[in-house]
Design a protein around this ligand. Structure first.
Ligand SMILES: *[C@@H]1O[C@H](CO)[C@@H](O)[C@H](O)[C@H]1NC(C)=O
Ligand SMILES: *[C@@H]1O[C@H](CO)[C@@H](O)[C@H](O)[C@H]1NC(C)=O
Ligand SMILES: *[C@@H]1O[C@H](CO)[C@@H](O)[C@H](O)[C@H]1NC(C)=O
Ligand SMILES: *[C@@H]1O[C@H](CO)[C@@H](O)[C@H](O)[C@H]1NC(C)=O
Length: 235
């Protein structure tokens, strides 16, 4: 008897990229960044990746058919950042396309990357400690299969204003080092398996406006220091 072969349907998705600036004839994304972008897509489990460095557009990424209607794939470039004439990748959105891989350590090789949104995929593993040396200001990995502890190195990315780790399998305690992220406006950790008490160091996050920790296994009372979060509008 022949083994039953499950047909996996897939299709090539062609997408337009949102261009912030029009690219002139002489400007384009540095080839090095185009290559790194391909490594990133591969690490995250994308196949048939095609990214056009002339136009800063994702031309193809192969994905399964059962996509939600709100899936989003986008690379944003900025041609007036940096000390050269090339355009540089500043943001990547690969959202709701069922990526089965891991978070890409290679992100650190994009010198001007500011924002990543990898929400609603099947990414596993943890947050690469390499990211500590980026200047990211926004990280969303909302609803994936990430696990392990939240790396303390996240506390080194002091440019961060937004972190969303909701809906994963992160465990262990919330690291003290997150208290170093003084620019943070949103810290969303809900629906994980975090435990222990909230670290007192978080009292330093005076710009925090959105703090969410429900659906974890945290213990202890709501600490007094929450009073110091003058900007808080959502808890
Ligand atoms: C591109 O980067 C420059 C330098 O950081 C910044 O001033 C500018 O606002 C950015 N352009 C866009 C469209 O974000
Ligand atoms: C331009 O930036 C790159 C990387 O940020 C750096 O290695 C290089 O020394 C800079 N060049 C100048 C002339 O500042
Ligand atoms: C994080 O910051 C600490 C102290 O600020 C430093 O000692 C450490 O080397 C940094 N780690 C990384 C991975 O950059
Ligand atoms: C939650 O924490 C308590 C005390 O630390 C522990 O006994 C319990 O097993 C934990 N529950 C889960 C689901 O991890």
């Amino acid at each position: 008897m022949l083994p039953l072969k499950r047909a996996v349907l897939s299709w090539i998705l062609a997408v337009n990229c949102f261009m912030l600036l029009s690219l002139g004839d002489s400007t384009r994304v540095a080839q090095e960044e185009v290559d790194i972008m391909e490594q990133i897509a591969t690490t995250m489990g994308a196949t048939h990746w095609k990214f056009n460095g002339e136009s800063c557009q994702i031309e193809a990424v192969r994905v399964t058919t059962d996509l939600p209607s709100w899936f989003e794939t986008d690379v944003v470039c900025n041609c007036s950042i940096g000390n050269d004439t090339a355009c540089h990748i500043v943001a990547i959105t690969l959202k709701g396309i069922n990526l089965p891989g891991v978070l890409p350590p290679e992100l650190v090789k994009l010198p001007y990357i500011q924002k990543v949104d990898f929400a609603y995929n099947y990414l596993s593993g943890s947050i690469p400690t390499e990211w500590a040396s980026t200047q990211l200001n926004s990280i969303s990995v909302l609803v994936n299969r990430l696990s392990g502890v939240i790396p303390k190195e996240l506390g080194n990315i002091t440019s961060l204003t937004y972190i969303n780790l909701e809906g994963n399998r992160f465990s262990g305690i919330i690291p003290d080092e997150l208290g170093k992220l003084i620019n943070l406006k949103a810290l969303i950790l809900s629906s994980n398996q975090l435990e222990g008490e909230l670290p007192v160091s978080l009292s330093g996050l005076v710009n925090l406006a959105d703090f969410r920790i429900s659906d974890n296994n945290l213990s202890g009372p709501i600490p007094d220091f929450i009073e110091k979060w003058k900007q808080l509008t959502k808890l």
